[in-house]
Design a protein around this ligand. Sequence first.
Ligand code: ACO
Length: 336
Amino acid sequence: MQKSACIIGMGRYLPERILTNADLEKMVDTSDEWIYTRTGMKARRIAAEDEFPSTMGAKAAINALEEAQIGADEVDLIICATLTPDYIFPSTACLIQEQIGAKNASAFDFQAACTGFVYALSIAKAFVESGVHKNVLLVATEKLSSIIDYTDRTTCVLFGDGAAAAVISSEKSPGVNLKINRVFQGADGALADRLILPGGGSRVPPSIESVERGDHFLKMEGKEVFKHAVRKMKDVSVQAVEENGFELADISYLVSHQANVRIINAVAERCQIPKEKVKMTIEKYGNTSASSIGLCLCDMQEKSELKDGDHLLLCAFGAGLTWGATVLSVEGEDNG
Ligand code: ACO
């Protein structure tokens, strides 16, 4: 019989430095009041100069492996979701593989921006449930501060750094297991330019002119992205709930990508999910792109909020444009 893929361990790493709204007030023409009411953010973490997506991801991965009670040498595949890789190549996944000593693992990066964690679950689930691999390590890790223009108030207040990791396996752990139900996802490349890092790829290689134009900084049409985010996350969330055989009332928690409190609340409202079921880390971490859903799950675990029989609705939206959703069903011991 085919075994279901479950998350059997999770881990995170957050850099120490905290960038508050008060700090940003000294850098650009903004205010704590504007940032908090428009986004729900109060603070975000910023990686040190010698911290990179690979080093942060490796720390999160080690924590996840410890929780899953498996050794690094038992990992068959490392999938790294990041839009801020250490290098264009080699992959950040290979750097993590070396740092954690996962000598039997293959490794690759892929890129679905803020939808990275949800897309990665579908990839890991496919490898595990097809029997190709037993243990897949998903690492979502971002150093967004490296692509942010800290003179542009429309983007610099939004993003933070951090890493989250999950071990996905066909063998359940003695602790909490999160069964990954079917993942639904989509993309619309016609809207690629709405959220883009124009420079640094082969289309706009680095040059004095590209640096002077600021092509190596993230650009976003915030309002436009906001509209699509609400619509697509609502649609894909309803699809993930219904086509996995649940009803919206069965959902214990909404664990959404943390881009804007107003987006999350609008999705929850349209899905008729009450406020007390909506999980948020946005106030303390900001938007950490691919890492945000994993960080939210780790936060829930730390607070012993994952209980046997719970169903968590995960949904995300990001550059591409991309979107995705799934339901995680908690099986096993309470972690309280
Ligand atoms: N401080 C003060 N004022 C500001 C700031 C700031 N930091 N930023 C913008 N403003 C001003 C604007 O200049 C504008 O002024 P104007 O009316 O005089 O022109 C006014 O505030 C309103 O700006 P809007 O852009 O219309 O504000 P909005 O309410 O849309 O909020 C935001 C902007 C927060 C960016 C929102 O649009 C958003 O969250 N968008 C979606 C983000 C998202 O989901 N991203 C996807 C994932 S990210 C990824 O994939 C990498």
